[in-house]
Write a protein that binds this ligand. Structure first.
Ligand code: SF4
Length: 457
């Protein structure tokens, strides 16, 4: 399929081929789905909304509901105010959410629609029913990526909703970053094991992985409630997981309600999970339960058992900055060699951080922000690797180069495990090792000559 890809790398400034990112509104939509009885609303044309919904639906294998301002030529010329007001009226009348989270698209950003003014006008005109809310965030896709869209939506929750009643509560806000619903559940499980009272926001567990009960629920039971979002202003600490996805919302909450924050990497791998557990332990002024220590021990044991296969395993990996920071750290912990690390999201700071992670063990690793999968493919042709990790789009490279492939990140459109099993926490670390070794061993079992096929690996 990509057999025509050559090894000759040409400098490209404006063109991206197979970009390692997608567009901002998808992130805003995903974050909004993590709020109970929230309708994500795409202020733009139907095509954008259909694409964003389909990516999320295909990734989660659950129906993703979102509405659109349905721009046509008229709105493109005269602005989208009339469309948005009609949409708000229809959404509250027909779908009855508690809150509408409006995000913009390229088109409405280019037009320059003033969304706060339109929301204000809708309230004045009585379109927004008593007790219901409409909030917004700007998500132009010609800047940033789906991760910045997620971050912008989380920041909007804080800007519009968080408030302080002046009485600090013994509660910790946990901002999970862009992770799977199964990861959010695991992040909560760990907090509960440590014994910390928390508010997780957003929370897509039991929304995008809700159990099948034979009925359709437009608003499943899960999701952070509006009352919880408001109460975040009275918590005594915010633990923000993922600097890019959660950092801006944590900073906004500190600015608005004086809630201090600790910004950590996503708890993938031993060190990053240790830091999350330790932050919880300090916040709860408690000790780490022995059950959690045992989980950690099992992960260390698995790393050590598999070290002969993981040591110096050359890995090419692409994805989102927060995911990559923790996953590359974990690869280094295992003794593997990240050879090339690519993200489509722009950011020089991230490249510097990644260099620090690999400085000691693998100083020659290539880190590139705002790059693409095509570049990674060409680079691999010149610098052989043993494994590729990334979202579904990388499978064509793996197939062409006949390399083991581990799916990781967003979107994963052709497997189901990511929605059911976490990759965060100590248990998640074990799952990652299982996936890596399975992929590598499967290739060996398939291709080794008969006399070299090992029964025991
Ligand atoms: S890049 Fe812009 S125009 Fe394209 S789908 Fe995303 S928001 Fe819509």
């Amino acid at each position: 399929m990509l057999d025509g890809t050559t090894s000759e790398i040409r400098e490209r400034k404006a063109l991206r081929i197979n970009p390692a990112k997608t567009c901002q509104p998808i992130g805003a939509m995903y974050a909004a789905l993590g709020i109970n009885k929230c309708m994500p609303h795409s202020h733009g044309s139907q095509g954008c909304c259909a694409y964003h919904r389909s990516q999320l639906t295909r990734h989660h294998k659950d129906p993703v509901v979102a509405t659109t301002s349905s721009f046509t030529e008229g709105a493109s010329v005269f602005g989208g105010m009339a469309n948005l007001k009609t949409a708000i009226n229809n959404i509250f009348t027909i779908y009855e959410p508690d809150i509408i989270a409006v995000h913009t698209t390229c088109l409405s950003e280019v037009i320059g629609d003033d969304i706060p003014m339109i929301i204000k006008k809708s309230a004045e005109d009585g379109i927004i029913p008593e007790g219901k809310l409409v909030i917004h965030t700007n998500t132009p896709s010609f800047a940033g990526s789906h991760v910045t869209g997620f971050a912008n939506q989380c920041t909007a929750f804080v800007k519009y909703l968080a408030e302080s009643a002046g009485e600090t509560k013994n509660v910790v806000n946990i901002m999970p970053g862009w992770v799977e619903p199964a990861d959010m559940r695991e992040i909560k499980r760990i907090a509960e094991m440590v014994g910390v009272e928390y508010i997780l926001a957003p929370d897509t567990s039991d929304v995008l992985d809700s159990p099948h009960d034979g009925k359709y629920h437009m608003y499943p039971d899960g999701g952070t409630t509006i009352a919880q979002l408001k109460a975040m202003g009275d918590s005594f600490l915010t633990i923000a997981l993922g600097p890019l996805a959660s950092g801006p919302a944590a900073t906004e909450l500190e600015k608005k309600c004086k809630v201090p924050n600790k910004v950590l990497e996503l708890p993938i791998g031993v060190k990053a999970t240790d830091e999350y557990v330790n932050a919880l332990r300090l916040a709860g002024d408690t000790t780490v339960p022995s059950a959690l220590e045992k989980e950690r021990g099992r992960l260390i044991d698995m790393i050590s058992d598999m070290s002969q296969y993981l040591h110096n395993l050359r890995v090419a990996i692409f994805g989102d900055p927060d995911h990559l920071t923790s996953m590359v750290s974990f690869l280094v912990e295992m003794g593997a060699k990240p050879m090339i690390v690519i993200t489509g999201t722009p950011g020089k700071k991230w490249e510097t951080k990644m260099q620090e992670i690999c400085a000691e063990t693998n100083p020659d690793t290539q880190f590139l922000a705002f790059s693409d999968i095509h570049y990674m493919h060409q680079w691999i042709k010149n610098n052989p690797v043993d494994l590729i990790m990334g979202n579904t789009f990388g499978k064509y490279v793996a197939r062409t180069e006949n390399l083991p492939y581990v799916r990781f990140g967003f979107p994963i459109l052709d497997r189901v495990g990511h929605r059911a099993f976490p990759t965060v926490g100590y248990a998640g670390g074990m799952r990652i090792i299982e996936k890596i070794t399975d992929a590598v061993f499967d290739k060996r079992d398939r291709e080794d000559p008969d006399h070299e096929v090992e029964l025991v690996l």
